[in-house]
Design a protein around this ligand. Structure first.
Ligand code: MD6
Ligand code: FE
Length: 229
């Protein structure tokens, strides 16, 4: 039986960000073979996700890493989970400790694990258990150049990417750097799941426009969950 009451409950659950609310994504958008966009999938968990990010960042603060070529990245990063992605003059790699303090990265919050697993499953990748979560923080003007994610051991596992805060334009290219990318507008709560034949596609983020988000402020936060080791 469907009723106005059910719809009211759905809207209230959405408004209060109840993780357990029966609110699903409005539908999976196909981006490419192996890549789907789940619009709003993370919105019901927004409150718990943002609280968990705060806890991680209190122990492993955001920092601007340096590329092997010596450029300071405009995106500030940190990690949680058994492995964390880092870059410096020596190169890109996963490391089990935060080079800033020599300590293990904060453990992956349960809410992160559940969201990543649920989103992957929704996209057809069952039993996804990430061991690394890279947390990216963009301010207006920050960007991420076209790249492939290829520091992980097993390309058979997908990547789950969660967007929170102000909007961004995601560039989604092909398997060759020169392939013309499509532009995908990503906003608060959107989740992209990316694996199989799409796993090694080039991708990036165009410079962020200035904007404000009620919960996140003048930032975009992106969580990328991987099975790295
Ligand atoms: C970002 N994302 O959206 C950066 N990589 O801020 C990524 O680099 C990314 O979203 C692999 C798969 C999905 C992604
Ligand atoms: Fe990436």
């Amino acid at each position: 039986m469907s009723s106005g009451g059910d719809e009211m409950k759905r809207l209230r659950d959405r408004a209060t960000g109840d993780l357990l609310a029966p609110v699903g994504p409005s539908g999976a958008e196909h981006l490419a073979e192996g890549a789907v966009l789940l619009r709003g999938f993370a919105a019901p968990a927004q409150t718990i996700l943002l609280a968990a990010i705060r806890e991680v960042v209190a122990r492993a603060p955001f920092r601007h890493m340096v590329t092997p070529g010596g450029f300071r990245m405009s995106v500030a990063m940190t990690n949680c989970g058994a492995l964390g992605w880092v870059t410096d003059r020596k190169g890109y790699r996963y490391d089990s400790v935060d080079p800033q303090n020599g300590e293990p990265w904060p453990r992956m919050p349960d809410a992160f694990l559940k969201l990543a697993r649920d989103a992957a499953s929704h996209a057809g990748f069952s039993d996804f258990v990430p061991d690394a979560c890279l947390i990216n923080r963009y301010e207006p003007g920050a960007k991420l150049s076209l790249h492939q994610d290829k520091n992980e051991v097993d390309f058979g596992e997908p990547i789950v990417s969660v967007s929170l805060g102000i909007p961004a334009v995601f560039l989604f290219g092909g398997l060759n750097r020169g392939d013309k990318p499509i532009r995908v507008a990503l906003t608060h709560g959107d989740v992209v799941v990316w694996g199989g034949p799409a796993r090694l596609r080039y991708h990036g983020v165009t410079p962020l426009e200035d904007a404000q988000h009620v919960l996140v402020g003048r930032y975009r936060l992106n969580l990328t969950f991987r099975r790295a080791g």
